[in-house]
Design a binder for this molecule. Structure first.
Ligand code: UDP
Ligand code: MG
Length: 336
């Protein structure tokens, strides 16, 4: 049975969001029913350890528009999102977080812009609630830096919450890189884009999965995926230091010729050696960032592994998973 076509596909990556699933579904269903067109909600369970999957499956049992992709482990939000987008059949695809930080009530506005002829309508936060000033300041800095050193234009204060038309989704699906910085990829594909503004609310329940170390790595990902400037930095910095060293050497030679030898000089020597050592390690580190990414790219591993798909081909699915595991039992009730 081929998957039925629908107008809207919501793609929801979920990782340990148990308490949020119910309220999220309620709010989304209300908004989507208001739009009065066929839709699907694709949940991607990103290796949750709580009762998220059970809750998703019981939803899927009640509502045929709910589909669940169960990944084999936690792959991270970017990959989970990719898996969902790969499976979406809608004319418009809308990634949205499960913690209700992206208000579903904004979807009709996104849709209206899409109807006006835009291919990408992204939701830009005007305010952020429940986030510390440090988080806001670092986020601000990040968008600034990325804007300066990458050739593509990533809209500021914009997450993954957006609407994409089918042509954009097809373009996006062709970008199979392993190091996925979705915001950058969204921007890279181009097309006619516009923004809709909203207030970012607090998480409904649970904690953010981000910490500063993860955010730092995320920022590195964003920069190295779209810019070679850090690599060039080593070149120019090296050149500058070499130039100064050359001038200083001339100065020493001339001074020695004019005033004779002068042996003491340990402090300046050790300073220069340590400084250059530091610069060299730093430059090697930058190389390493890129080489590591090349390495993960050449291995050509699949982006994600799917453990189970529920609600896609409803009848076949139920037969395949017959009597295998805990989740298979649940599906029994699904197939009815
Ligand atoms: N998420 C995921 N895999 C992860 C981390 C997060 O699928 O490894 C999901 C999470 O369940 C949520 C969304 O990505 O639906 C956004 O996560 P979070 O709220 O932690 O990020 P923030 O809103 O703080 O940027
Ligand atoms: Mg969140």
């Amino acid at each position: 049975m081929p998957a039925e076509k629908c107008t809207f596909s919501l793609v929801v990556p979920v990782y340990n969001e148990g308490p949020n699933i119910g309220p999220f579904y309620e709010r989304v269903a209300r908004v989507m029913q208001g739009l009065g067109e066929p839709y699907e909600i694709i949940f991607v369970n990103d290796g949750s350890q709580d009762d998220t999957l059970d809750r998703l499956l019981s939803l899927a049992g009640k509502d045929p528009r709910v589909k669940v992709i169960d990944l084999s482990r936690n792959f991270g939000k970017e990959i989970a999102l990719t898996a969902g987008i790969d499976h979406a059949t809608g004319e418009a695809v809308i990634p949205i977080d499960a913690d209700l930080q992206d208000p579903p009530e904004l979807i009709p506005e996104l849709v209206a812009k899409w109807r006006e002829g835009y291919d990408v309508v992204y939701a830009t936060r005007r305010e952020r609630e429940g986030e510390s000033w440090l988080k806001r300041a670092t986020a601000h800095l990040f968008y600034r830096v990325v804007e300066k050193i990458t050739p593509i234009k990533i809209p500021r204060d914009t997450g993954d919450f957006r609407l994409m038309s089918r042509p954009v989704v097809e373009a996006l699906k062709r970008l199979r890189e392993r190091n996925r910085f979705m915001k950058g990829l969204f921007a890279w594909v181009g097309f006619k884009q516009t923004a809709v503004y909203y207030r970012r609310e607090r998480r409904h329940a649970g904690k953010t999965k981000w910490n500063y170390w993860k955010l730092w790595n995320f920022a590195l990902e964003g920069i190295t995926s779209f810019s070679y400037i850090p690599l060039q930095f080593a070149t120019y910095f090296g050149l500058t230091v070499a130039l100064f060293a050359f001038i200083y050497a001339l100065f020493i030679v001339v001074r020695t010729l004019l005033f004779g030898r002068d042996v003491p000089g340990y402090p300046s020597l050790i300073t220069v050696i340590l400084f250059l050592g530091g610069v060299q390690l730093f430059a090697i580190g930058i190389l390493g960032e890129y080489i590591g990414r090349i390495y993960s790219e050449v291995k050509q591993r699949p982006l994600y592994i799917v453990k189970g798909r529920y609600g896609f081909h409803r009848i076949r699915e139920a037969q395949r998973s017959e009597g295998h595991n805990r989740t298979a039992k649940k599906i029994g009730s699904l197939s009815g």
